[in-house]
Design a protein around this ligand. Sequence first.
Ligand code: HEC
Ligand code: HEC
Ligand code: HEC
Ligand code: HEC
Ligand code: HEC
Ligand code: HEC
Ligand code: HEC
Ligand code: HEC
Ligand code: HEC
Ligand code: HEC
Length: 315
Amino acid sequence: MLLLAVLSTAMMGQEAPSAAPVVQTSAQIRAAAAKSGFVGNTGCRNCHKHDAIWNAFPQNPHFQAKNGCESCHGAGQAHVDAGGDIDTVVRPFSILKPAEIVASCLSCHAKEFNRANIRRSEHTNHDVACTSCHSIHNAKSPRNLLAKKDERELCYQCHTDVRSQFDLPSKHRVNEGLMSCSDCHNPHGGSTPTAGMGQSSKMLNKSHSSEQPCMKCHVDKRGPFVFAHQAGEIDGCTTCHKPHGSTTSKLLSRPTVTMQCQECHTGSGPFGTRNNRGITTPDHANHSMVDPRYQRCTGCHVAIHGSNVHYRFLR
Ligand code: HEC
Ligand code: HEC
Ligand code: HEC
Ligand code: HEC
Ligand code: HEC
Ligand code: HEC
Ligand code: HEC
Ligand code: HEC
Ligand code: HEC
Ligand code: HEC
């Protein structure tokens, strides 16, 4: 085999360029086709006329693209000359590798994704290419050429476990259609860990240019507060809340408010020993954890996200 290959290469080197064409691989045919020249949409229509593809194309935003069909599929002269051999299609998306698809689409769309950085997103890293979510010729959504009518059905195809999270007793109303995944996520990826959310990227959208997505809607939790609760400074809102859904009310991540607080305010020794502002000792609250009165922490510490008037968040 190897010998044959070497021989044929050697022969090709000797032969005059006018010789009958040697058998080419699909890749070689494709490379040659790419240089073959553009025929324009009408050239394609001659054969792809009765296709749903052609009929839907004038409504497609890509109808405006400079080279029409060929702006994505590549120069079509060789394909037309060959009478429609699939090997002569420069970019036959149905058989391209995910990385090749991403590269083709980004040849035009890269500038919109300068912040999103899709090349390094979790999706791209796991071979989820543009065409896993978008359908150019068979779009089901009125906008964004999505492969499903509804964004969340698109996501649930692969993220089945997330659907049930949005059916828990406390939840954001995504399954009811009041919110969508892309209110918080950027399916094209987030380039940097989201500010205020530790190292978690999770492809989150940023609000106010660099903050947690939650701030877009819950502006009242944004601060800055005169007395901020330092609890959320590292991992943000998800220190205490589940973003999708929870069995505990108010989307809390622990079964009770008390347990939520005791994750950090352990109750051992003088209560709240975490205090490092030098104002601990004289006015230690005598919270007895056996006294049920003290169980409902946020009954007294009402301004739990931060306060402008009281350093213990009592009002
Ligand atoms: C002479 C007729 C003819 C013309 C003109 C023609 N095609 Fe085709 N095309 C075909 C046929 C036949 C096939 C099916 C080949 C196969 O399945 O092996 C095909 C297949 C394709 C495919 C499918 C590749 C895949 O992924 O399955 C694409 C894309 C395509 N053509 C694009 C174009 C574009 C763009 C033009 C205009 C530049 C064009 N065609 C012009 C006959 C034609
Ligand atoms: C924006 C890029 C883009 C443009 C412009 C485009 N196509 Fe496609 N085409 C695709 C992708 C991507 C696929 C793979 C199927 C899919 O994922 O929707 C495809 C698939 C096809 C196929 C294979 C059949 C199929 O449905 O899988 C044919 C034939 C085809 N295109 C012809 C055309 C013709 C003719 C035009 C112009 C009227 C055109 N395409 C314009 C991206 C494009
Ligand atoms: C030749 C350049 C070019 C290529 C290649 C290209 N696009 Fe586009 N795309 C455009 C233009 C131009 C628009 C319209 C822009 C606008 O309306 O702002 C567009 C719009 C879109 C939209 C938005 C549709 C809407 O309803 O607003 C999506 C989604 C999209 N393209 C996906 C893709 C995917 C997926 C690929 C690869 C299969 C691709 N594009 C390849 C130029 C291109
Ligand atoms: C995991 C699914 C998914 C993948 C993969 C994906 N997209 Fe999208 N895309 C969406 C969704 C959902 C929207 C609409 C919501 C939004 O704007 O975030 C969208 C919107 C768009 C838009 C229109 C809105 C805008 O931001 O300008 C374009 C253009 C686009 N995508 C292109 C692409 C390209 C190009 C790729 C591949 C490089 C790609 N998408 C990969 C899901 C996806
Ligand atoms: C209210 C904002 C919000 C909405 C809406 C939302 N997410 Fe999330 N999602 C997040 C946050 C924040 C994280 C990161 C959680 C963490 O790091 O603890 C996350 C994490 C994830 C993860 C990573 C796996 C995991 O559980 O850590 C997946 C997958 C995911 N979301 C999918 C979805 C899908 C699919 C939808 C729509 C059906 C959706 N999300 C809607 C905020 C949201
Ligand atoms: C074709 C399958 C597929 C579709 C469709 C899809 N995803 Fe994913 N998604 C994956 C895979 C694979 C991963 C990486 C492995 C994992 O975390 O499960 C992933 C990861 C994620 C993550 C976690 C990122 C991280 O940093 O851990 C989020 C968030 C996410 N997807 C959101 C979405 C949203 C929102 C949509 C709909 C717009 C969507 N996905 C559509 C397959 C898909
Ligand atoms: C697109 C707007 C939007 C975004 C972004 C958003 N939320 Fe919400 N959130 C709401 C709405 C609206 C409600 C009201 C509850 C409902 O819909 O039933 C709510 C309710 C809540 C509740 C109270 C739940 C209850 O049971 O009363 C918590 C806690 C919460 N959100 C936390 C978050 C966190 C944490 C984030 C970021 C990961 C976030 N939200 C992002 C819109 C948003
Ligand atoms: C130290 C833990 C903690 C952190 C961090 C935290 N929360 Fe809360 N949050 C709570 C508790 C506890 C409640 C329930 C209060 C109660 O019992 O009424 C709550 C309630 C809420 C509610 C519903 C009630 C209301 O006040 O509107 C929303 C919305 C909310 N949080 C959003 C956020 C957002 C957005 C962030 C990030 C900026 C955040 N939370 C960070 C503990 C926290
Ligand atoms: C992730 C850890 C964490 C969680 C969970 C947490 N806290 Fe805190 N809390 C802190 C830190 C850190 C401080 C700042 C301590 C300091 O000022 O020295 C603080 C400060 C406080 C203060 C003010 C103390 C003072 O004198 O400065 C009160 C009151 C308080 N937390 C109540 C609560 C309540 C009630 C909950 C439950 C809803 C809770 N915390 C949940 C970490 C946490
Ligand atoms: C009955 C009202 C009430 C309840 C319930 C309550 N606290 Fe307090 N807490 C206070 C008051 C009042 C102070 C301030 C004491 C003072 O200024 O003398 C305080 C102070 C604190 C401090 C800061 C002082 C210190 O000792 O470091 C922390 C931390 C704290 N509480 C956490 C909690 C947690 C966690 C819970 C729930 C397990 C809780 N509190 C339940 C009223 C309450």
